[in-house]
Design a binder for this molecule. Structure first.
Ligand SMILES: [Zn+2]
Length: 329
């Protein structure tokens, strides 16, 4: 007979006057049945109706009936926090990290809380997984480099979730982050530094699709980087003393295709701003704007084509500001 791991009382969601204990993994959450029922989740209602497995002695903790759920403890903690916040949960002042938003979205879908799911996905669409390039760019620049490790670790669960809930409009940015992951991470999963959860594809089909999309990204990145490497310094006056040398360095770096790819963020940052890389040119306005404008135009093109690269059907409202050509131009 194998012993179950000991159950830990959660330090955040443990109400001393709670009257039911939810156990997710080996973490117990003592909550109020009335709060769960007020959420109008049909799934919660059913959970309380279904008798829990025997032995009866294990069915109580601190005098409260225990209900075992199959969710991970991290997800359940964040989800319960939202239920307890009620309408204030998504007030403009309430901030959420990406793992928390995805956790809340996952469980609100599972427990059939449509309004919570809508609020969580609206936040995701306004930040990490937008339809417009401008929103993408503003959010990515503001989030900082620490955010990237979390973002990359959440790429796989984001794809899992958006496929499950049928939100194809949120998938392009999620697939883009998957393409930035090493192939091994797609196969074996990646642990989120924030939640500690090893995030993996939930179906072989999703994994296969992601690998196929990754190939299409690789085919497209060649066009994009070649188009950028061919850009030359403008003739005429007005340049700084070292412009010519900087352009020489730039072309050397671009000629080394792999270093050009990897120098942009971590992984192939086709949609990254590269502003740090262009910083040496800042003293010459003419050269700096030539580089940044060209790269931004290529990024915008890439964004326009993102749903096509991901093999997705037409997305209503997708940003097609720059739809006047393909990436090879
Ligand atoms: Zn110059």
């Amino acid at each position: 007979m194998s012993a179950s791991p000991p159950i830990t009382r959660d330090t955040e969601v443990w109400y001393h006057d709670g009257n039911v204990v939810l156990v997710a993994e080996d973490v117990a959450f003592r909550v109020h049945r009335s709060i769960l029922e007020a959420s109008k989740s049909a799934v919660f209602r059913t959970l309380f109706e279904v008798p829990q497995p025997l032995p009866a002695a294990a069915d109580h903790l601190d005098g409260c009936p225990v209900v075992h759920v199959s969710d991970c403890a991290y997800d359940m903690r964040e989800f319960l926090a939202v239920l307890y916040s009620g309408p204030r949960a998504f007030a403009p002042s309430a901030t959420y990290t990406l793992p928390k938003l995805l956790a809340v979205a996952r469980l609100s879908h599972k427990y059939e809380l449509e309004d919570v799911l809508a609020a969580a996905t609206a936040r995701l669409a306004a930040g990490e997984f937008p339809l417009s390039f401008a929103t993408w760019d503003a959010h990515q620049s503001a989030a900082g480099s620490d955010a990237d490790a979390v973002r990359l670790a959440q790429a796989i669960p984001a794809v899992n979730l958006f496929r499950r809930i049928g939100r194809h409009d949120l998938l392009p940015a999620a697939y883009y982050h998957c393409y930035r992951l090493p192939a091994r991470a797609l196969l074996e999963g990646r642990r989120c530094p924030e939640s500690g959860v090893l995030e993996r594809f939930t179906s072989a089909e999703a994994l296969a699709e992601c690998i196929a999309i990754r190939d299409t990204f690789f085919q497209n990145q060649g066009w994009m980087f070649r188009g950028f490497a061919e850009i030359e310094m403008e003739g005429g006056g007005g340049h700084q003393e070292d412009c010519e040398r900087l352009w020489g360095d730039f072309h050397d770096a671009q000629r080394n295709f792999s270093s050009a790819c990897w120098s942009v963020d971590s992984g192939f940052g086709l949609l990254a701003s590269r502003r740090e890389e262009f910083a040496p040119f800042e003293r010459c306005e003419q050269c700096y704007s030539r580089l940044t404008e060209r790269w931004d135009a290529l990024r915008q093109d890439m964004w326009t084509w993102l749903p096509v690269i991901c093999g997705l059907p037409h997305i209503e409202g997708w940003d097609t500001t720059s739809d006047d050509g393909d990436l090879s131009e």
